[in-house]
Design a protein around this ligand. Structure first.
Ligand SMILES: NC(=O)C1=CN([C@@H]2O[C@H](COP(=O)(O)OP(=O)(O)OC[C@H]3O[C@@H](n4cnc5c(N)ncnc54)[C@H](OP(=O)(O)O)[C@@H]3O)[C@@H](O)[C@H]2O)C=CC1
Ligand SMILES: O=C(O)[C@@H]1CCC=N1
Length: 290
């Protein structure tokens, strides 16, 4: 096992505790970029052994599919990634308490779960990295908000940043802003897919084939995002350039305004952040019951 000061992903043992969609997105990004050695990555879940075999076959990672292997993988890991649903978090983290050593780094993906609740569940101030990634990490285009507990060393911060930079962009934020990141980018891909569903549906209603409507929509969303990046211009300015006075786009935007599109998005993102706080509170209450 490496020393706590090690700062390269190549040198550390990673253990994914929870092996669902978000864990897979990160695994795929990490192994695809070759920044981590699949043989140094253990995966475990609650009961679904077939899922662990599937991940092993796809990415070469090591399945920890018996209680002995789970214990061994957890206790030998330098970094433990918490990837279970919020409702399962309290029980799963509590089960870690007797196994963890003080220097092991805990990286949480769990919406709403605060660093202080992790500390409460573990009974000590373990170094914790609280993150809010998104599923676009699968293709290296993720957006991850990251905050650190006070006890995370500079080297371990670098290691966590290396891990999430391998799968997209990162933004280090103060912990109270992680819910805002959840609202904008953690859940964000779903809003864009929802918009795309609506665009495809409208295209089909106007007579396009579903295939053509989808292809045009996908390229439009991709092109619009790439335009913001390539030009450095604000979306509002780029929108202005599409919108000819009294033209077709103006008619469309006025219709969106009539349906309060912007307010709807605003309320959706505020509600998302609020929901993350509610889920965090539920885990905190469960932690307090022990
Ligand atoms: N999906 C997303 O877009 C994002 C998700 N997140 C966060 O990531 C976390 C995981 O989400 P997601 O991947 O979608 O969830 P999934 O339901 O796909 O996966 C959850 C995983 O946790 C495992 N698990 C549950 N209980 C335990 C336990 N006690 N011990 C070990 N493993 C356990 C499950 O195992 P089994 O199948 O055997 O029950 C499963 O492998 C959530 O907390 C979510 O808030 C964060 C950002 C984005
Ligand atoms: O919907 C959820 O709760 C998770 C967290 C962010 C994205 N998916």
């Amino acid at each position: 096992m490496s020393s706590p000061a090690t700062s390269s992903l190549k040198d550390v043992q990673l253990c994914f505790y929870g092996a669902g969609s978000m864990a897979e997105a990160i695994l795929r990004g990490l192994t695809g970029s070759r920044l981590a050695d699949p043989g140094s990555i253990a995966v475990m879940n609650r009961q679904n052994a077939a899922r662990l075999q599937e991940l092993s076959q796809r990415y070469g990672v090591v399945p920890a599919d018996t209680d002995d292997k789970k214990r061994a993988a957890l206790s030998s890991a330098d970094v433990i990634v918490l990837g279970m649903k919020p409702k399962d978090a309290a029980g799963a983290i509590r089960a870690l308490k007797p196994l963890l050593r003080p220097e092991q780094l805990v990286v949480s993906l769990i919406a709403g779960l605060s660093i202080s609740t992790v500390h409460q569940l573990l009974g000590r101030e373990q170094p914790v990295v609280r993150t809010m990634p998104n599923t676009s990490s699968t293709i290296g285009l993720g957006a991850t908000g990251i905050s650190f507990s006070a006890s995370v060393s500079a080297e371990r911060r670098e290691l966590a940043l290396e891990m999430f930079s391998a799968i997209g962009m990162t933004a280090v934020v103060e912990e109270p802003l992680i819910e805002a990141v959840n609202g904008v980018s953690g859940s964000g891909p779903a809003y864009v897919y929802y918009l795309m569903e609506a665009m495809i549906g409208a295209g089909v209603r106007l007579g396009l084939t579903p295939e053509a409507a989808q292809a045009l929509t996908v390229q439009t969303v991709r092109g619009a995002a790439e335009m913001v990046l390539a030009t450095g211009e604000h979306p509002e300015e780029l929108r202005r350039k599409v919108t000819s006075p009294n033209g077709t786009t103006q008619a469309a935007i006025e219709t969106l305004e009539r349906f309060a599109f912007r307010e709807g998005m605003n309320e959706a993102i505020l509600r998302c952040a609020e929901r993350a706080r509610e889920m965090g509170e539920a885990i905190r209450e469960e932690a307090a019951q022990s």
